[in-house]
Ligand binder design. Sequence first.
Ligand SMILES: [Zn+2]
Length: 140
Amino acid sequence: MIKLKKADLEKMIAHAKGCLPNEACGLIAGTENNGVREIKAVYLLTNTDQSNEHFSLDPKEQLAAVKDMRSKGLTPLGNWHSHPESPSRPSDEDKRLAFDGRASYMILSLMERGKPVLNSFRITGKDPKISEKEQLVIEE
Ligand SMILES: [Zn+2]
């Protein structure tokens, strides 16, 4: 299970809309206890690909975010990115580029403009890689 605060979800949605027509991306960090992940920080990073179909995290911003996580005693939990025109599930490219079976891969779909959809996945295995949806709880 992974928990996200509503205010953080709104922050992600605002960033994703601001990055249209391109994909937006970022990192998530927090705590993990008995399989329950709690997101305590959402980082909004620059998509250096400037593409609506894929993303690369800006390496300098990534380093700064990891330093910030360490200074706050937070665990890196994974990353998030938006899908401007496609559903909230990993694309073949997303699966291909996913190398960390312990990371949560969150995907925010803006396909239905008035109704953003966020899901979280674990991506594991090799040839083929399997994506499995995690239980996501949005908290006030
Ligand atoms: Zn994607």
